[in-house]
Design a protein around this ligand. Structure first.
Ligand SMILES: [Zn+2]
Length: 118
């Protein structure tokens, strides 16, 4: 959660810096003026590109939250990637798989069983 926000803030910051460089030819960082006067368009564009990359990465990480993508078999308790089992059935037991997210909340008895195994 923190990483996503950090990436997003950093991305917005870089994008803002890029626009500052293009507009003014530089920016003030920790009391020092950083000048890109000779190559402000190229440097500014590069900063904006990096900024967008960070923002995109932050949003992509959110979209790739894996918890909703894994399925678990209520019988053998094997877990599967959703894309590997298109019909959402356990290949071994041939019964319907359930979403891993919240599975052990719905089946507390299996949670105890699993802890005994370990
Ligand atoms: Zn199974």
């Amino acid at each position: 959660m923190f990483n996503k926000i950090a990436f997003l803030i950093f991305g917005v910051f870089l994008t803002w810096l890029g626009f500052e460089v293009i507009r003014k030819g530089g920016f003030v960082l920790y009391g020092h003026y950083v000048s890109f006067a000779d190559s402000k368009v190229i440097s500014g564009s590069a900063l904006i590109a990096f900024g967008i990359l960070f923002i995109w990465f932050a949003l992509k990480r959110k979209a790739q939250d894996f918890r909703g993508k894994f399925l678990v078999c209520p019988k053998c308790k094997d877990s599967f990637n959703q894309k590997d089992v298109p019909n959402s059935h356990c290949p071994k037991c041939n019964i319907g798989l359930e979403k891993l997210d919240g599975f052990y909340d719905r089946h507390p008895e299996l949670k105890e069983e699993r802890q005994d195994d370990m």
